[in-house]
Design a binder for this molecule. Structure first.
Ligand SMILES: Cc1cc2nc3c(=O)[nH]c(=O)nc-3n(C[C@H](O)[C@H](O)[C@H](O)COP(=O)(O)OP(=O)(O)OC[C@H]3O[C@@H](n4cnc5c(N)ncnc54)[C@H](O)[C@@H]3O)c2cc1C
Length: 319
């Protein structure tokens, strides 16, 4: 109930206009957001790299409403790729297709994605396409398959959500071409006709897809993470759920593949202890580092994931 309300609020523009005016909300959001500027985010990436943790940078933005803004978002992403190269940091980039125009004009979105991927190919780096709510899943997968055909699996990857019934089939198709896949549980509110309503089923499907990814990785000679930390292996296991992480580690041990044939991914500001302990055990860890002024929907989804975060939010009001 509370989760549904918060997810509704994350998409409501009236709520965004209200909440982003509150200084205490901005203060609370700073737990999950690296800052407003690229400089702030690069600083966070450097401190992660010092702890042997890689990053993926996300310039926050989604549901862009006009072509000009979509082109500007594209320029900003290209600038991040170049900045990563100049700074020599161990990071790649995550983007959303609605950020670069999918909600405005599909052809424009494809054109913008192509420009971003041309840069990624030139710089020998990697761009991950985040998965948004279910109305975008089919289009996102189709655009991804076409884009991957034009460049390579080493330059572009995708995200799969274990709460969707369709995901096992989507993964089977993606593995045929050796696609790099980030597996997460899914952050939106989806109808029962297309997604598991029970958390236990979402978790069980997550484990099932972990095994599917490890098998698929082996069929593609289990590529390991690149030496510069930019190009990930096929399975990127994105969760803070220790049971899912333990399951993945056991499956990996059983298979006898090296530790760097998977990577674990977590969000900036969540379970830093776990990020560091996995890195110290020798597993590749990548942290998702969001930054920018469009923090409201991202932040509200983080509140929805964990009701205890609401108290943290409210306590910032009294500081
Ligand atoms: C790197 C990364 C990329 C992602 N990309 C996408 C994407 O493209 N599309 C998409 O739909 N979703 C994405 N997600 C979000 C994901 O779908 C989940 O909503 C989110 O990760 C919470 O689920 P969980 O796997 O951590 O498990 P849960 O069972 O929700 O949580 C397990 C434990 O993790 C901790 N935890 C989880 N969330 C929080 C939080 N917000 N605040 C504090 N503690 C928390 C708590 O200790 C909790 O008990 C991504 C997540 C990660 C880590």
């Amino acid at each position: 109930m509370l989760r549904s309300l918060l997810i509704y609020l994350s998409q409501a523009s009236w709520a965004r206009q209200l909440v982003t005016r509150w200084e205490f909300a901005r203060r609370a959001a700073s737990r999950f957001i690296a800052g407003e500027e690229l400089d702030d985010a690069i600083g966070v990436v450097k401190s992660l790299n010092r702890k042997n943790i890689n990053a993926t940078l996300d310039h926050l933005g989604e549901h862009t409403t006009n072509p000009e803004k979509a082109r500007q978002a594209t320029e900003d992403i290209i600038e991040i790729l170049s900045r990563i190269e100049r700074e020599g940091v161990r990071s790649n980039v995550s983007i959303k297709l609605t950020q670069i125009g999918l909600a405005v004009d599909e052809a424009l979105c494809v054109e913008n994605l192509q420009r971003i991927l041309d840069t990624a190919v030139n710089l020998k780096t990697f761009v991950r396409i985040d998965m948004e709510d279910s109305q975008w899943v089919e289009k996102t997968l189709n655009i991804f398959h076409e884009a991957q055909d034009r460049c390579s699996c080493e330059n572009v990857g995708i995200v799969i959500q274990s709460y969707l019934f369709r995901s096992e089939e989507d993964v089977a198709r993606l593995l045929q071409t050796g696609s790099r896949i980030r597996l997460c549980k899914g952050a939106y509110k989806e109808p029962e006709e297309i997604a598991f309503p029970e958390k236990s089923d979402v978790d069980a499907n997550f484990d099932l897809i972990v095994s599917q990814l490890l098998n698929g990785s082996s069929e593609n000679s289990h590529p390991t993470i690149s030496a510069d930390g930019k190009i990930p292996p096929i399975p990127a296991i994105a969760t803070h759920d220790e049971k899912r992480i333990v399951f993945t580690k056991k499956e990996l041990e059983k298979s006898g593949y090296p530790k760097n044939a998977v990577e674990f991914q977590m969000l900036h500001g969540i379970r830093r202890d776990l990020q560091e302990s996995l890195a110290s055990e020798g597993y590749p860890v990548r942290v998702y580092v969001p930054y920018g002024s469009e923090w409201y929907p991202y932040f509200t989804r983080r509140l929805a994931e964990r009701p205890a975060n609401l108290w943290f939010f409210i306590s910032n009001f009294f500081r």
